[in-house]
Design a protein around this ligand. Structure first.
Ligand SMILES: Cc1cc2nc3c(=O)[nH]c(=O)nc-3n(C[C@H](O)[C@H](O)[C@H](O)COP(=O)(O)OP(=O)(O)OC[C@H]3O[C@@H](n4cnc5c(N)ncnc54)[C@H](O)[C@@H]3O)c2cc1C
Length: 424
């Protein structure tokens, strides 16, 4: 019997395993080999930003960023994730003053400067994506508007960092049981019973369910979280194009989409379409549908999202719009990436009612990756029942009020039921 079983080896699960590993026997179970094709973070890169107008997350983001940049925290060895991080900066299109996101960005930068002494070199440029010549790669861009460059931002090499953390956990004696998902969990005062899809039964003193968007298949969360599918595509760069674009910052246009510096190994440049998403009506929006498990029903991404990605390329990367044969460049490896949404984007980290010693961490709401180095310390504290009352209450399982009101840092989603999608 393990002290701790963690179901789901994504961001929340691996971080928690690392934080328990030195003092407990830990087993991590995942439906697939980690980094799992179901994990929202099995990807080339993710933004590690500091901008939050909420002091709790701003503090956690600063703590995480310091770690990504090579400093130690109390548990992980210094520099463990430094090779999976690039402090490349981010250019954001400044949204209209009337939008909630505008206020969110201004409040966040004020908080970060005044309270944490960060983001003090942010500068704005009108109709100039090169940001005063800092990024000549964007000379031919058609993008217009006010561009805000924040050098205090980076990207994590997502799948690579998950694998690094898994290997670190293994070196500390954590056991991994992969390619067998968990079907159900029974809580108990003495021990928790975990039944795998294969029928195998395992026991532990405490368990954590951290299955991301798939969490509701394992524990009933009474509609506190919904699964939202976001759209991602990639373009292939040649060696010369890669050399030209390899040092660009992230470019983020909240109404159209965002893109990243190209991946150094594959030369693929990742682009995401913003302001549109999908859900599964059949499950009331509670469950995801993964391309990897259901290739017949989840084929790619919507035609309109590919068009949106093409507009993003046309506006900001016009030199990459066509390939060397003069053909429209293929948008490839298109996929839906599922997140676990809460109605106010606060995480859920709590004990599951009527399942003693079974805990859950989910509700990442699309902003959880950056916390890979430190979210585990908060989850561990909750499982040890010594998380501060303020945080325990913020992340408690709660009734959700799903309204049309936006989460201020997100642009209102146009949500489409997955069965209505015209696939690319
Ligand atoms: C398009 C996109 C862009 C994003 N961009 C950013 C960003 O720029 N910055 C940022 O901070 N965050 C970003 N995120 C969010 C980030 O990816 C998530 O917050 C994070 O991955 C959530 O971690 P998790 O551990 O909760 O779930 P996941 O990382 O999804 O991991 C869940 C794990 O559970 C496993 N699992 C599922 N079901 C079972 C089962 N029954 N039994 C056993 N194992 C199971 C899966 O295989 C997987 O390994 C983005 C997400 C998406 C989709």
């Amino acid at each position: 019997m393990s002290d701790i079983i963690i179901v789901g080896g994504g961001v929340f699960g691996l971080s928690t395993a690392a934080h328990f590993a030195r003092s407990h026997t830990v087993t991590v179970i995942d439906k697939f080999t980690i980094p799992s094709p179901l994990s929202a973070s099995t990807d080339y890169n993710k933004i590690v930003r500091l901008e939050y107008n909420d002091e709790v997350y701003a503090n956690m983001a600063v703590e995480a960023m310091e770690y990504w940049q090579g400093k130690g925290n109390t548990v992980l060895p210094p520099g463990l994730l430094q090779d999976s991080y690039s402090h490349c900066g981010r250019i954001s299109v400044v949204p209209p003053k009337s939008s909630p996101r505008y206020g969110f960005e201004i409040e966040s930068l004020k908080l970060l400067r005044e309270r944490f002494g960060r983001c003090d070199a942010v500068a704005e440029f009108s109709d100039d994506l090169t940001c005063g010549g800092m990024f000549p790669e964007f000379k031919s861009s058609h993008g217009q508007g006010t561009f805000r460059f924040n050098p205090d931002c980076g990207i994590g090499l997502a799948a690579k960092s998950l694998l690094t953390l898994k290997r670190h956990c293994e070196s500390l004696g954590v056991s991994f049981l992969e390619n067998d998902g968990v079907a159900c969990i029974d809580g108990g005062d003495e021990r928790v019973k975990i039944t795998l899809a294969s029928g195998k039964e395992l026991f532990a003193q405490r368990a954590l369910v951290a299955c991301g968007a798939n969490t509701s298949t394992v524990v009933n969360l009474n509609g506190s979280v919904k699964s939202t599918g976001l759209y991602v595509g990639h373009i292939q760069l040649s060696v010369e194009e890669f050399e030209k674009y390899k040092n660009i910052p992230v470019v983020f246009d909240p109404t159209m989409g965002y893109f990243f510096p190209p991946d150094r190994e594959t030369r693929l440049l990742k682009l995401c379409a913003s302001a549109s998403s999908t859900y599964d009506k059949a499950s009331g929006g509670l469950l995801p549908r993964y391309q990897h498990l259901e290739p017949d029903t989840v084929k790619s991404i919507p035609v309109q999202s590919v068009a949106q990605i093409r507009t993003l390329i046309h506006e900001y990367l016009p030199e990459l719009e066509f390939d060397s044969q003069g053909q429209l460049r293929e948008v490839k490896d298109c996929k839906i990436c599922w997140i676990s949404d809460t109605s106010n984007s606060d995480f859920i980290i709590d004990e599951v009612p009527s399942k003693p010693n079974v805990f859950v961490s989910c509700g990442d709401s699309g902003h959880g990756y950056k916390f890979l180095p430190n979210i585990g310390s908060y989850i561990k504290a909750r499982m040890d029942r010594n998380l501060s009352p303020q945080l325990a209450s913020k992340w408690a399982l709660r009734e959700s009020h799903w309204t049309t009101q936006t989460i201020p840092w997100r642009v209102e989603h146009k949500r489409k039921h997955i069965d209505e999608i015209e696939w690319h």
